[in-house]
Write a protein of this length. Structure first.
Length: 401
């Protein structure tokens, strides 16, 4: 990157010199970010600089964002208005939002649900409302940035425990004298792809009177109770749904739509309506997005796409083992597969090489992950074909060697 010359006056340059210095530092440390333009085409294909490449960086795990039956209904759903153009407490809600919230409550087996504009705001909204100076929050160290920011906004006493280290968590909880306590974790962690042991967390929260919150953005609609085949996320996968006090999730990943939601008791949802600033002061999710999410939920319940995804995950790990590609943890049912590279520069170099060969695999660097823990984050979808996965890994194997 070459920083553009600032055409403003010297006085104006003085105001922003620290910004320029920071950008130069980021570039030197291989931490500089820029936006690439990818246009979505059919299935898993993207258009990039007139080239067609395969997308292995999307969170569209079930391929529903390009589902033909949903796309055919888009124009019908948007025929009356594009957006609510106001918050729900100003202009009121709608039957479409109400219907989606009821469907999601049934999906999560909870009393009530609130739809948020996105999952990030759902995390901010819950934590900033439920937490205060008289609350202690216990958060896994690898929790998503939206959880970290929500903890900060809450003004609570924040205790970060090592990733999935529940013995240290128990010590932290027991030693803390504050009465109001919250434990928060992700169901499937967004950068490592591993599961939180929700059975153990539910036991700790129950024994210590803690509110248990699970952000299940990457497990929702993907996994669930294997006997019931309900695909309602990691709490159901671990058979502890009723032990979770607040379920937070996204509509823009496994469901392939857009938005976020919170499912909980009627009491907590009523409290959020009155106390959650991101809910109170934000425009409502547009009706057409709510309607499409409802229809996507009906497709999810069939389970056919999850089976295709699981098959692709198993096939991916089979080829990984054949090529003996190192630093890949095998986690069944997780569509997020990181390949740890270490060096930020090397990870970026491999990502660029893959792009030249026709594969979009994003390199993830600090501060999203720890320094010198840079990785290639591969996201598998039910849309991917076996030969596409094989070609990706064959190409990666040659680059690594």
């Amino acid at each position: 990157m070459v920083l553009e010359q600032n055409s403003n006056s010297d006085r104006q340059k003085g105001k922003t010199s620290h910004i320029e210095k920071e950008l130069v530092r980021l570039e030197k440390e291989d931490l500089y970010r820029q936006i690439n333009i990818f246009d979505v085409e059919k299935e898993s294909t993207l258009k990039y600089n007139e080239y067609r490449i395969l997308n292995f960086s999307s969170n569209d795990y079930l391929g529903l964002s390009k589902n033909k039956s949903l796309l055919r209904q888009l124009n019908q759903q948007i025929r009356l208005q594009i957006s609510q153009c106001s918050s729900r407490l100003i202009s009121g809600s709608s039957t479409k939002i109400d219907k989606l919230e009821k469907s999601l409550s049934s999906h999560r087996d909870t009393q009530s649900t609130l739809v948020f504009p996105n999952g990030y705001m759902a995390n901010l909204g819950v934590l900033s409302a439920l937490g205060d100076k008289e609350t202690a929050i216990f958060s896994d160290r690898l929790n998503h940035a939206s959880i970290i920011d929500g903890c900060k906004l809450s003004n609570s006493q924040v205790n970060v425990f090592p990733h999935n280290n529940f013995s240290i968590l128990v010590d932290l909880v027991k030693k803390n004298s504050i009465k109001k306590k919250i434990i928060i974790t992700e169901g499937i962690f967004s950068m490592d792809g591993d599961f939180s042991n929700l059975k153990e967390l539910s036991k700790i929260s129950k024994e210590n009177d803690c509110i248990l919150i699970v952000d299940d953005a990457h497990g929702d609609f993907i996994v669930g109770n294997n006997i019931l085949k309900n695909y309602s996320g990691t709490p159901s996968f671990f058979n502890i749904s009723k032990e979770v006090d607040v379920h937070i999730s996204s509509l823009s990943k496994g469901l392939g739509c857009y938005g976020g939601y919170v499912s909980s008791s009627t009491l907590i949802c009523k409290y959020l309506v009155n106390k959650s600033r991101p809910f109170i002061f934000t425009s409502a999710l547009p009706d057409f997005l709510c309607e499409l999410a409802n229809k996507a939920l009906a497709i999810v319940k069939k389970g056919t796409r999850q089976k295709k995804l699981y098959d692709n995950i198993d096939f991916f790990h089979k080829i990984i083992e054949e090529y003996k590609i190192p630093n890949v943890k095998k986690i069944r049912f997780s569509p997020i597969i990181p390949i740890i590279i270490g060096s930020e520069k090397k990870a970026m170099g491999i990502s660029m090489e893959l792009l030249k060969k026709g594969f979009h695999v994003q390199a993830i660097r600090y501060p999203t992950v720890d320094k010198n823990k840079a990785r290639l984050r591969i996201s598998l979808s039910a849309e991917h074909k076996k030969h596409q996965i094989h070609n990706l890994l064959d190409t990666l194997n040659r680059i690594l060697k």
